[in-house]
Design a protein around this ligand. Structure first.
Ligand code: AMP
Length: 218
């Protein structure tokens, strides 16, 4: 059994940005580095059985580019992170939790405050909305994503981002918000992301000695 008390808050960094900004790409890379645990809310939703009640709810909202209701989303997220902890995939005393795709509105941010201690927010800034929309359309073809298959759905996702998600930035102190240019190769964006997250990790965790095995596939 993990020795983690459920009432302790998870030390976290939030990957933040509009649809197509590259949160998932950066999160996936960080998640491969010992000492970081990446959890994408959208991926948790996509992994649900489409025939389950929650799977149906997800399909109903995501196919229109809408957000799944807050209570359902946060409850699912809390259960998922607890399960990952029980399985020792996520070790809250050793790993910085990389939040991706949650919180998506101010209400979720308030609900999440009970569970996470947000040490930093990485705001992936993409000035060219049309370029991002093209990127999402290409990705939808490759990944078979219903939410990005139609341009009107992508545009709705952007509208939801601008109206509901962008205000989440005001929920956190400006001193922990770091703007990173999302335009560029994944490696160059990663370089800037690491400049933010490495000092946070260093100041909150005793890192394992370099080269020491740390994970199941280490
Ligand atoms: P993403 O992969 O993060 O772009 O999420 C894909 C879809 O999953 C979104 O368009 C929403 O329908 C749903 N979703 C993901 N995260 C959340 C969240 N935090 N709150 C509500 N809906 C979400």
């Amino acid at each position: 059994m993990p020795d983690y008390e459920p009432h302790e808050k998870y030390q976290s960094v939030l990957l933040f940005g509009a649809p197509g900004a590259g949160k998932g790409t950066q999160g996936a890379i960080l998640g491969r580095i010992p000492g970081f645990f990446h959890l994408s809310c959208g991926e948790v939703f996509r992994s649900l059985d489409i025939h389950s009640e929650l799977g149906q709810t997800f399909y109903e909202y995501s196919s229109k580019g809408e957000l799944v209701p807050d209570d359902v989303t946060v409850t699912m997220w809390v259960r998922n992170v607890a399960a990952q902890t029980t399985l020792s995939l996520f070790k809250p005393h050793d790993d910085l939790l990389i939040l991706d795709g949650i919180p998506r509105n101010v209400e979720q941010a308030k609900l999440m405050d009970e569970h996470v201690n947000v040490l930093g927010v990485i705001h992936l800034v993409c000035p060219d909305k049309e370029a991002m929309i093209k990127r999402l359309t290409r990705r939808a073809l490759k990944e078979n994503r219903v939410d990005d298959a139609k341009e009107n759905v992508i545009r709705n996702r952007w509208r939801v981002y601008e109206q509901e998600t962008a205000p989440v930035l005001e929920h956190y102190s400006s001193s922990i918000i770091h703007e990173v240019d999302a335009v560029g190769s994944p490696a160059s964006v990663l370089q800037h992301v690491l400049e933010v997250v490495v000092p946070i990790q260093d100041s909150h965790f005793n890192n394992p000695i370099s080269g020491e095995p740390t994970g199941p596939d280490a």
